[in-house]
Design a protein around this ligand. Structure first.
Ligand code: HEM
Length: 159
């Protein structure tokens, strides 16, 4: 495994542990965007190019997801435009932007799917590919991944 992939996986794992303590701090209230109320790093939303940048990133991401040999099949019948729109609102809200994710919570959205830890890790890797392609700095990438990492609890359905 390449060093930066290892770093990202460690970030995800450490964040999951960190989040067990995060609720005691002064942080945003939980919402459907994330079951875990974690405050975003300052300037994160801006570093992703605000809503427009996030939408471009998600448009790239959903195409890669569907093309990925490990998880593409899961998105066979997915309307990619709707998914990109939903993800944009979610990441906008999570990263501190002026958006409200109005979709289903993560447990509900994934309950009917067979998602393993390997699938989850694959999705994180694909997101890294998209962030690389858009020139998002590595530190910012990890700050966004840190917000998404706790969602493994609600999106992994096969243990
Ligand atoms: C951090 C992890 C994840 C996040 C933040 C996330 C986020 C989302 C969001 C926002 C939606 C749309 C809900 C809606 O508007 O109805 C969705 C749907 C979906 N997700 Fe995830 N997801 C994650 C992990 C995964 C993984 C690991 C897989 C499988 C590899 C997966 C597969 C799907 C599928 C198949 C849908 C349904 C798309 C459809 O409507 O056809 N997700 N996810």
């Amino acid at each position: 495994m390449m060093l930066r992939q290892l770093t990202a996986v460690m970030t995800v794992a450490m964040t999951a542990a960190f989040c067990l303590h995060a609720q005691a701090q002064s942080v945003p209230a939980p919402s459907a965007a994330s079951a875990w109320p974690v405050a975003p790093a300052p300037g994160l939303y801006q570093a992703f190019g605000e809503r427009e940048g996030l939408r471009a990133l998600m448009d790239d991401f959903v195409v890669r997801l569907k093309a990925d040999a490990r998880i593409g099949e899961q998105f066979r019948e997915t309307n990619l435009d709707n998914l990109a729109k939903s993800l944009t609102e979610q990441l906008c809200q999570l990263s501190g932007g002026p958006c409200t994710y109005n979709g289903p919570d993560m447990k509900t959205a994934h309950a009917h799917l067979d998602i393993t830890r390997a699938h989850f890790n694959a999705l994180v890797e694909v997101l890294q590919q998209s962030m690389d392609a858009k020139g998002i700095p590595f530190t910012r990438q990890n700050q966004m991944l840190a917000l998404l990492a706790p969602m493994h609890r609600d999106t992994i359905t096969v243990r």
